[in-house]
Design a protein. Sequence first.
Length: 394
Amino acid sequence: MNSLIINRVVPAIRMLVSKQKIMVARFDDREELLKAEDKEDLLNFDFIKKPSGILVVDETTEPNEIIDDLTVKLSIWYENRAPHPDYILLKGIGLIAIGENTAILDQLLGAPQQLVKEISGRVQDKIIIVTGGAQGFGGGIAELLYAQGANVVIADLNEETGSKMVNSLNMNSQTNQAYYIKVNVGSAESVEAMVTATVKHFGGLDVIISNAGILRAGGLDEMTPESFALMTEINYNGYFLCAKYAAAIMKLQSRFKEDYFTDIIQINSKSGLKGSNRNFAYAGGKFGGIGLTQSFAMELMPFKIKVNSICPGNFFEGPLWSDPDRGLFVQYLNAGKVPGAKEIKDVKAFYEAQVPAGRGCRVIDVMRAIYYVMEQEYETGQAVPVTGGQNMLN
């Protein structure tokens, strides 16, 4: 029941209380809070900081009834007060804390007060999921988004690496936060749980970057049906699942704030723009991803949800290419994909020579494309090449 309330009610509340600024919110369903009946009961909790900033919603488990009740009470609230409520008590369900940033949410829910740095970045206080966000392109994207003020969900199957990255980012003590969620993007249940956990912790969702992917090189003779199915599950189905569950939250937010734009962004590849020799399983999934992007864009733009793909060139510096055991340089050398190559350096030189810019793609190159599709409001359904001139638009 709580997942239904979280996904159907919390994002609506976030938009309803966002007047001059888009707020963040956090849902707390500690057992002791479920017993609170009114404002006086809440004041028995030591962590309640602002006793005058409490709004109580009558007990019901029907999301539409909660929202209707709250809409009326918020209208009355704003007639008498300028600030938003700091707490909304859903009797028998939980407590929602509301603030301008996540540092305020921590304080409202009892965390020790800390000195935090206030910054003003390009994505300040936006709520952004990055799948495959613990390393490689995803890790670099997540780090740069955090540095620019975003509340970043590092969604990754690698719990140790993801948690370590989140802890490292949060040591900067900014008003925004990083948050780790374990996810398998090939599982509908896991992706839905990822989105629910994001909404519970931050209050909604503004951007999802579907970046998680795998690559197994090989021609028709080498590729097993099992490897092909796995790549399709992660690279193609995973994007569909991310878009499906993210869009449900974004559409709800649009309903309560019609002029608010959100984004679904797929990290695709230059292999989605042109076929790739002995790499058909990866290229096929990426081609299909662009088809999904164009189709999702037409369906979701009426809800102010933009859907775009970013198509990077080869990221030679990342583990996908440079891992000494399973990286693409090793795979391509072993598969004989580069004629005459005898060492890894020969494979790398072969691919660098194909790029007019003379180098591989870097995280900052991709980030500039991500910022573009996020910041404009008049483009959707695009596959944006970031290839150093290797792939050019027709």
